[in-house]
Design a protein around this ligand. Structure first.
Ligand SMILES: Nc1ncnc2c1ncn2[C@@H]1O[C@H](COP(=O)(O)OP(=O)(O)OP(=O)(O)O)[C@@H](O)[C@H]1O
Ligand SMILES: [Mg+2]
Length: 240
């Protein structure tokens, strides 16, 4: 079953007296348990597509289905849908509340969803991403960049989502930490049978992670890449 089905997605933002089209017409499908990646120059609309799928950008046109179920523009994600789709952002520092200890940040989504055994779930989540449970007592500024991104991933996984939207999840990290996080993501994906939609500007990351990829330009998908294309490095030259 296709987990994501997008047809003719269009997103525009108000600008001056008119509007600016960020996503003009994007269509693609992502199958269950695959990693599909979006690549393309800065400003081509990649994050905007992810934000629509996360329910963060609610003003859009077109057709979107998640898990076979149609999503409507302006629809608030609630219940199972809100649990099933999680997003990891580029900058883990900005996405973690600076005045909240890690334990509180991780506990909050569990509380909102009325989960039980919250301290045990927090510990489990930290261990799952290779962090010591003592990290729960720290503030974000007391963690390294790689540790912060592990916390952001732990938070995204707490509600056991089916679909993870990864927007440049390692671009703020140095090379060795980047490899660790990517391997962790691949391991977690296999373990939990998740589906990933990944954005990265790094051709190596794309080739390492993805079954398929699509190149965006000015709010359109202009080219698709198979696993074989990616292994042959065809996306490198296309991306320029
Ligand atoms: N909230 C917003 N209000 C106005 N314009 C926006 C908003 N969000 C995005 N845009 C514009 O929409 C276009 C697409 O932005 P988007 O963030 O999706 O690009 P991107 O491909 O993710 O780029 P990058 O690689 O730099 O992250 C850009 O021109 C951007 O300025
Ligand atoms: Mg972006």
């Amino acid at each position: 079953m296709a987990l994501i089905e997008i047809a003719n997605l269009q997103v525009s933002f108000p600008q001056g007296n008119g509007h600016k089209i960020a996503v003009e017409s994007v269509s693609f499908t992502v199958e269950a348990e695959e990693t599909f990646s979006l690549i393309g120059a800065s400003g081509c609309g990649k994050s905007t597509v992810l934000r629509v799928l996360a329910g963060l950008q609610r003003d859009w046109h077109g057709e979107v289905r998640l898990f076979g179920q149609a999503i409507a523009p302006l629809q608030r994600f609630t219940g199972q849908l809100r649990r099933d789709v999680q997003m990891v952002f580029q900058d883990p520092y900005a996405s973690l509340h600076p005045q909240h200890k890690i334990g509180r940040t991780l506990g909050e989504p569990l509380k909102i969803h009325g989960e039980k055994h919250i301290p045990a779930r927090i510990n489990e989540a930290l261990l799952q991403v290779g962090l010591h449970t003592a990290m729960a007592e720290r503030y974000p500024h007391q963690l390294s960049g790689g540790q912060r991104q592990r916390v952001a991933i732990a938070r995204a996984l707490l509600l056991r989502p089916k679909l993870l939207l990864l927007d440049e999840p390692t671009s703020a990290l140095d090379m060795s930490v980047q490899a660790e996080i990517l391997n962790l993501l691949n391991h977690l994906k296999r373990e939990h049978g998740m589906t990933y939609l990944l954005v990265s500007h790094d051709g190596e990351v794309i080739a390492h992670m993805s079954e398929r990829a699509a190149l965006m330009e000015n709010g359109h998908i202009v080219r698709h890449f198979s696993r074989a294309d990616l292994q042959a490095g065809e996306h490198h030259s296309a991306q320029g």
